[in-house]
Design a binder for this molecule. Structure first.
Ligand SMILES: Nc1ncnc2c1ncn2[C@@H]1O[C@H](COP(=O)(O)OP(=O)(O)O)[C@@H](O)[C@H]1O
Ligand SMILES: [Mg+2]
Length: 403
């Protein structure tokens, strides 16, 4: 019997969408990266939360594997406390996961007594082998890592069909040096790849993270600017949003249909942000399915859906901010500012209903808002909301009194 068609939409961090809309140019860029004979370029994928970095990175994996690249890497979201030893361990683990069935040496051993029997003992490029190799190299973690990586590359480069290895790290903005503890894991990562690529090793680094990522890398190592090509993911355009909404239900087994009117509402309310598209579509699908069963007219209960989105997505993030931080954001949202400077904010403060903010207070509040992931600072020193549509949430949930 055919399986019932169920709600295909998948709101949730890293959940594979039923249809990955748009992102054609980004995939092209990634393919170009894999065409490099000598690796000069690495990739950063940035964008706001929920814009689709993780799922796009996932889709790169099969592109890489189709053209002979091995794929290593992980999610760094828990990496705040990573030090030099743990980053080394991380890299060795990631490499071993893809190389552990590669034989680098076979020894023929004659069994004593049974002159005809020859036993083969194979050495694999396994984690324990890499670990031993690492430990045996004298020097600092970076020296050890360079030596192990060169050895790995020498062992795999002539294997038929192997082009190189892509190292993909999601949520890389969490990686940091800790000068206080004399721990420099991020520097090690950058130095390692720069060294290997200069020596002809085809290891490519792909990092994803919030828009602060490049700034952070450049602060750590100025050459990062040349090392990485940056792709900024934005919201989907109308046609791509339409695809994200309609392709998943264009299945013959799917009885639930979205009319034009509802598609328009979904595009408008989601602002083309993939997470919001999945979220709203999932709700609409459920409602339409029930209404259709009762033969009721299909209309999108957008207010109720937005209310649910506010509770599920925004409220928790908003409540992390202190009262004064919230007041700054309310001023900016009400003035319809999505990108702003300290000066803009100071001027708004002078005519605001809230207690006045000084320039240095605003600077401090922005720093803590950055820490909370609600605001980010770009290369030019302007600030923006780091959560998509947060400004609209603020406006609709605050009582907007005139100043
Ligand atoms: N191109 C896309 N088309 C349709 N849905 C998408 C697309 N990109 C992301 N999504 C959906 O949006 C949500 C957020 O994606 P995710 O990759 O976790 O974002 P990020 O890593 O940028 O925070 C997920 O539910 C995912 O299925
Ligand atoms: Mg993600």
């Amino acid at each position: 019997m055919e399986k019932d068609f169920t709600n295909p939409f998948r709101p949730g961090a890293g959940h594979k969408p039923p249809y990955l809309a748009g992102r054609v140019e980004e995939k092209e860029e990634f393919k170009n990266l894999l065409k490099q004979e000598v690796v000069l370029n690495n990739l950063i994928l940035t964008g706001l939360r929920g814009v689709g970095k993780t799922v796009l990175l996932d889709s790169f994996k099969s592109i890489a594997q189709e053209s002979g690249w091995m794929w290593a890497g992980t999610d760094c979201s828990e990496s705040a406390s990573i030090n030099e030893d743990t980053i080394a361990l991380r890299l060795l683990t990631d490499i071993a996961l893809i190389t552990s069935n590669i034989v680098i040496h076979t020894e023929k051993i004659k069994e004593i007594g049974f002159t005809k029997d020859i036993r083969e003992e194979k050495t694999y490029l396994s984690f324990s082998f890499l670990r031993q190799y690492y430990n045996a190299v004298p020097g600092l973690p970076i020296d050890k890592l360079k030596a192990v990586s060169m050895f790995v590359w020498d062992s795999i480069k002539s294997i038929d069909g192997v082009e190189g290895i892509v190292f993909a790290y999601d949520e890389a903005q969490t990686l940091s040096d800790h000068a206080d503890d004399r721990q420099y894991p991020l520097s090690i990562l950058l130095d390692l790849f720069q060294y290997l690529q200069r020596n002809g090793v085809k290891f490519v680094l792909v990092l994803t993270g919030l828009p602060t990522l490049l700034t952070k890398l450049v602060e750590t190592r100025t050459y990062s600017e040349r090392l990485f090509h940056v792709l900024t993911l934005r919201q989907l355009n109308d046609q791509e949003s339409r695809d994200a909404i309609l392709k998943p239900i264009a299945d013959a087994r799917c009885k639930t249909k979205f009319n034009d009117e509802s598609v328009k509402i979904i595009i408008q309310q989601s602002g083309g942000y993939p997470y919001f598209i999945q979220f709203i579509c999932r709700e609409v699908y459920d409602v339409f399915e029930q209404k259709a069963a009762k033969k009721q007219k299909l209309s999108v209960p957008i207010d109720a859906i937005i209310q649910k989105l506010d509770n599920d997505f925004f409220a928790g993030r908003w409540s992390r901010a202190t009262e004064r931080e919230q007041q700054v954001l309310i001023m900016l949202a009400e003035a319809n500012k999505t990108t702003f400077t300290i000066q803009d904010t100071l001027e708004l403060s002078n005519k605001s209903r809230f207690k006045k903010f000084s320039r240095s207070q605003i600077g401090q509040l922005f720093n803590s808002l950055i820490e909370r992931g609600l605001v980010y600072k770009d290369k030019r020193g302007s600030y923006s909301f780091a959560v998509p549509l947060l400004n609209q949430y603020i406006v609709r949930t605050q009582n907007t009194q005139p100043y």
